[in-house]
Design a protein around this ligand. Structure first.
Ligand code: SF4
Ligand code: SF4
Length: 231
């Protein structure tokens, strides 16, 4: 119903599923019938996604967004013809960019796994309202996106400090924390969406959750060593 509902992950998944191009159509900017103005969000999402595509070596022209009313059939047909011609010229995804199929899959999968994190970090910009096309290019810079990937944060529970109070496990939105009463808690890095909630809710007197920026995360404590021995 609304272009604002087109999630960044939907677009990346379309590419992962073999689409050579993705088109997003939205109502004209400033003409949204609702207070939400989701088309601005869609625009920002597309601008961000184009930078992400560039970062993994794909041509950003494979993604396009246009704004038009449902009465503009001729414009829609023209844009679609133009875009499909452009995508045909670009060829199959990855081929003209010189990226091997397996490598492309792994790059796209990695970006998709970071989508929740990227959305949290870029939340403010994704919600902004650009007034003119001149501003589009400046919203997300290449350097900013490179930094986003080199400074990815991870959260780690220090087994020496965890007191198994269970607060973090209860508050984690994706059940990425394993633990029980008298059992040192651990974070499943594959499931974690890097929201930082555990870091915020771990009581200061325990201070057991560490934020790691851009570095490797220590391996989790083996299951048989997680029983908490209180001193
Ligand atoms: S950062 Fe968020 S998602 Fe990850 S373990 Fe902590 S609470 Fe769960
Ligand atoms: S909130 Fe802190 S002390 Fe409590 S279980 Fe989680 S990491 Fe351990």
């Amino acid at each position: 119903m609304c272009s604002g509902r087109v999630d960044l992950e939907f677009v990346l998944r379309a590419f992962l599923n073999g689409m050579d191009g993705v088109f997003v159509g939205g109502c004209r900017l400033g003409e949204c019938n609702y207070v939400t103005h989701g088309n601005y969000y869609a625009l920002n999402m597309v601008l961000l996604c184009k930078r992400l595509l560039e970062h993994i070596g794909l041509n950003p022209d494979r993604l396009r967004i246009e704004f038009m009313s449902s009465a503009e059939g001729i414009l829609f047909a023209r844009v679609m013809n133009e875009f499909s011609r452009q995508v045909r010229e670009l060829g199959p995804l990855g081929e003209s960019e010189g990226i091997d199929r397996q490598e492309l899959r792994s790059r796209l999968t990695e970006v998709i796994s970071l989508v929740p994190y990227i959305k949290i970090v870029k939340n403010e910009k994704l919600a902004s309202r650009l007034e003119s096309p001149e501003e589009y290019d400046k919203l997300f810079s290449r350097e900013e996106i490179d930094r986003l990937f080199s400074e990815v944060v991870s959260y780690y529970i220090d087994p020496e400090k965890c007191q198994a109070c269970m607060i973090c496990a209860r508050r984690c939105p994706v059940e990425a924390i394993t633990g029980a009463k008298n059992q040192i808690h651990v974070i499943d890095q594959e499931t974690c969406i890097k929201c930082g909630t555990c870091y915020e809710v771990c009581p200061p007197k325990f201070n057991a959750v560490t934020k790691i920026v851009g570095g490797p995360v220590p391996l989790p404590l083996p299951e048989e060593e997680r029983v908490l021995v209180r001193g």
